[in-house]
Design a protein around this ligand. Structure first.
Ligand code: UDX
Length: 461
């Protein structure tokens, strides 16, 4: 048993797995957690990582690390255009990854490598794996629902949804309930061909993989798994939530400010709304202003993560007026990066205003903390809709970032009847999570199936 009481059987080492995380915080965390889970199942672990965003992995001395050059120039590495970045990484990492993996495979006599595990967005790795004759298992770090929505984009484009006018954004997508037009997971980009090719590559190369791992659990997305099986004809393994297996946090790119915990220690139980929009989201100055006024007017204490770059070109809140800064400082505590899982499990935390990245969504469900959802792009739109409409454990800000709606949502969540109902729903879900990780639980069994599946691969020649 680990510190959190989950049962994970340690077995004797048998062979080496090579894992390749996508170098973004929301993808590094689940891959490192998966590596740790598989290590405790008896596998030796090698991680290949780009120089770009190399995380602090000092807590994992038992992993062997291989750093590969990513070929990004300084300006490419600092781009905020996520699609362009993913496209460049998938082009520039081919040779360094191929060289590194070929070396590891040629030197694996004592420690055979049955397969590699790479993020779904590393779509180029399928061709490399085929070329080197080693099976590739994909880790998709977000929900099943969002992968299905990405896979449906060509259909939704054909139906004309992507060119609907702003006034029609609240209309339902009849082919894809519960989505509304505004929830279709598009991503803004300056890339000439738009986001569609990168997304299509991710979907198509995942379909060609030998297996597919999800950081989710069966009970959360049962109907979505049924649909997935019709489209992705490969074995799938829902073994999440990953972070519940061990209490250690995964590889952080930034330093977590622990003063946030001392500040929470002196707040009343369930009184604080924690606010964080993850590691990539960006907003315009006027939206930051709305967020700040919404928080200040809500009359609730809040812990707010303002990451450098949240507003492009600004370090923190220096762009806000003196009057607003004073209002914020009366009830708020601001940090650049927080130990999020600890914050969510702190008794003072009563709600989480999030961008609905998948890790944040799962982490909040696991701690029984209901959310306010402000999705920015991609899978976050789908996750938010599920939280609001299907799981009913959060409130989506339907008008975007607007101070009156923000203030009212915070009130509803923290002190209203709606918040109480959501807390009941989320407590039910939390109980399901506890069960799914225990022996005979769905994730526990799925993990055993994954171990057997990996062990069934013969080592490549
Ligand atoms: C990105 C995408 O935005 C998201 O939609 C996708 O599902 C994964 O990749 P990100 O924006 O970083 O992820 O969000 P999220 O998935 O929530 O991951 C953020 C991670 O950073 C979480 O594990 C969270 O615990 C951690 N975090 C966040 C911190 O440790 N400290 C913070 O202050 C904020």
């Amino acid at each position: 048993m680990d510190k959190k009481g989950q049962t994970i059987q340690q077995q004797s080492p048998r062979c080496r797995l090579v894992l390749f995380p996508l170098p973004l915080q929301g993808h590094i965390n689940p891959m490192i957690q998966l590596a740790n889970i598989l290590h405790h199942k008896g596998f030796n672990i090698s991680i290949i990582h780009t120089k770009y965003n190399f995380p602090n992995l000092s807590k994992y001395p038992h992993f062997t690390l291989y750093l590969i050059p990513d070929g990004l120039s300084e300006s490419e590495a600092s781009t905020t255009d996520i699609i362009l970045l993913l496209k460049l990484l998938n082009e520039k990492c081919v040779e360094p990854f191929l060289d590194c993996l070929a070396r590891l495979l040629s030197d694996d006599a004592d420690d055979p490598i049955p397969c590699i595990i790479t993020d779904a967005i590393w779509y180029f790795t399928q061709a490399v794996a085929d070329n080197l004759n080693v099976p590739r298992i994909v880790l998709r770090t977000s929900s099943v629902g969002s992968l299905l929505a990405f896979a449906a984009l060509p259909l939704l484009q054909d139906k004309g949804y992507l060119s609907w006018k702003n006034s029609e954004m609240d209309a339902p997508v009849v082919e894809f309930p519960p989505l509304k037009v505004k929830d279709i997971p598009t991503i803004e980009t300056r890339n000439e061909e738009g986001p569609s090719q990168v997304i299509a590559n991710m979907v198509e190369q995942t379909k060609k993989a030998s297996g597919l791992i999800f950081n989710t659990f069966k009970e959360l997305e049962e109907p979505e798994f049924d649909k997935l099986r019709e489209q992705f004809l490969i074995p799938t393994f829902a073994i999440g939530p990953f972070h519940k297996y061990f209490s250690a946090s995964a590889g952080s790119i930034w330093t977590q400010d622990r003063t946030s915990i001392s500040w929470l220690d002196i707040q009343a139980p369930k009184s604080v709304i924690y606010v964080s929009f993850g590691s990539i989201a960006e907003m315009h100055e006027e939206k930051l202003n709305e967020v700040a006024w919404g928080l200040a007017n809500s009359a609730q204490p809040f812990l707010w993560v303002v990451r450098p770059g949240l507003v492009n070109g600004s370090e923190c809140l220096e762009i806000l007026s003196k009057e607003l800064l004073e209002a914020i400082n009366r009830r708020g505590y601001i940090v650049k990066w927080a130990p999020q899982q600890e914050v969510l499990s702190h008794p003072a935390t009563g709600g989480f205003w999030t961008h609905s990245g998948w890790n944040s969504t799962l982490e909040s469900i696991c701690e029984g903390v209901p959310t306010i959802c402000s999705p920015f792009f991609g899978d976050q739109m789908v996750n938010s809709r599920y939280v609001n409409d299907i799981w009913k454990v959060g409130i989506m800000l339907e008008k975007g970032l607007e101070r009156v709606e923000i203030e009212s949502a915070i009130q509803k969540l923290m002190v209203g009847k709606e918040g109480e109902d959501m807390r009941k729903n989320i407590t039910c879900m939390k109980e399901k999570i506890d069960l799914c990780l225990k022996p005979r639980g769905s994730s526990y069994q799925s993990l055993d199936n994954l171990v057997d599946f990996i062990s069934s691969f013969r080592s490549p020649v």
